[in-house]
Design a binder for this molecule. Structure first.
Ligand SMILES: Nc1ncnc2c1ncn2[C@@H]1O[C@H](COP(=O)(O)OP(=O)(O)OP(=O)(O)O)[C@@H](O)[C@H]1O
Length: 368
């Protein structure tokens, strides 16, 4: 059974902190998110010294929560509030040794802006969203970017999934760092796509959790301080759900539209509906739905199975009066290729063809 938020809080309420009290009684837990066995939260200390002293507390929380039944992953970040105005700008905290991130400070407070603004040189911005995590949104984004680039489009990919940036790995950029002259960031290039990810500004596996204004500032920097060049389309890989990043993106950038990725199961579709509602409220047009992990074709016997009930997303799109843009089969190659850093869309098999068809539809519809 999946772990509940209440159960997590119960456990955290047992963890003592230096100076007396517990993580809960001292109100140190922020942004607690419990979803599909994954627990994420921030421990917010008063200052940098207190944050250091909380190291063993973080380790204890990690140990206790990981041992609970139904928990697959625990991501905890201990932070201290940003420095007061006029002091040095806040930095992404690098938690373990190694190469330093580029000198540009990411995660500052946002600069005032009248309304959503275009990004210089970028013709269209497409947000790729999902209601639920793990439905393959990042996989779809990297593969679609590569498929569009193969069709001759000038494509950028911004990995805004700050809670689990996976594009550097999926695109084979692990270990590479963008450079900066202190003003502008030089993005990276992979498989014909111009790429920037907050994951490239920190070490792999390092979760960064920012709250509203910091997040907005970081996104603004990603949009306006990266040398994107001339692009036909910039794909933005959003975190799952309906949170601050979605809000910030739609408030700060002129987003042409959103694509919603879902698996065909009912639970995923319920969440997808929520994501659609959110984009409606943000006045960002939903351009269509894509079904991922649609059918499974056995690599040995060719038998086609519908593990998650194929067709659910197309039916949902029809019900909502939204375009259904295509379906991507469940195929082990997709995961292996992503793990190896060469998206399957860079090859020629049936899944690459499914991505190529999706790219064709977007181009034909003037969306990319
Ligand atoms: N069509 C597919 N066939 C097989 N495996 C897939 C497919 N799509 C995604 N996966 C695998 O499913 C897992 C989750 O995919 P991915 O990370 O893209 O999801 P996500 O929706 O972006 O998740 P999150 O929002 O939590 O980052 C990955 O291991 C990925 O390789």
């Amino acid at each position: 059974m999946a772990i509940s938020r209440e159960r997590v809080l119960e456990e955290l309420a047992r963890i003592a902190v230096p100076g007396g009290g517990t993580l809960v009684s001292r109100d140190l837990v922020r942004a607690l998110n419990v979803e599909s066995g994954v627990i994420r939260f921030v421990i917010e200390a008063e200052d940098a010294g207190a944050a250091r002293a909380l190291g063993p507390v973080e380790a204890e929380a990690q140990r206790l929560l990981s041992a609970l039944p139904g928990v697959e992953k625990v991501q905890i970040v201990t932070t201290a509030p940003a420095a007061p105005r006029g002091a040095a700008p806040p930095q992404v905290a690098a938690r373990s040794g190694g190469e330093a991130p580029p000198s540009l400070k990411i995660g500052r407070h946002p600069t005032p802006q009248a309304g959503p603004a275009p990004v210089s040189g970028v013709a269209r911005i497409l947000a790729i969203g999902s209601g639920k995590g793990g439905v393959g949104k990042s996989t779809l984004t990297s593969n679609l970017a590569v498929a569009l680039a193969r069709k001759g489009r000038r494509v950028g990919l911004l990995d805004a999934d700050i809670y689990g940036p996976s594009q550097p790995r999926m695109l084979g950029l692990t270990g590479q760092r963008p450079t900066s002259d202190g003003q502008m960031i030089e993005p990276l290039h992979a498989h014909g796509v111009t790429v920037m990810s907050l994951g490239l500004m920190m070490k792999e596996g390092e979760a960064v959790v920012w709250r509203g204004p910091m997040l907005m500032g970081a996104l603004q920097q990603m949009l306006n301080q990266v040398k994107w060049g001339e692009l036909d389309v910039l794909l933005v890989d959003l975190p799952p759900g309906t949170g601050d990043v979605q809000l910030s993106l739609c408030q700060k950038a002129q987003v042409s539209g959103a694509l919603i990725v879902s698996t065909p199961q009912d639970v995923a579709l319920i969440d997808a509906r929520r994501a659609i509602d959110m984009f409606d409220k943000l006045k960002t047009p939903v351009l269509g739905l894509v079904e991922n992990m649609s059918t499974y074709i056995c690599p040995n016997c060719g038998h086609e199975a519908h593990l998650f009930g194929h067709g659910g997303v197309a039916a949902e799109a029809q019900k909502l009066g939204l375009p259904f843009l295509g379906e991507i089969p469940l195929n082990l190659e997709v995961r292996l290729a992503g793990d190896e850093g060469t998206p399957v869309a860079a090859g020629d098999g049936p899944v690459a063809q499914a991505f190529a068809r999706l790219a064709d539809r977007l181009i034909a519809g003037g969306m990319a």
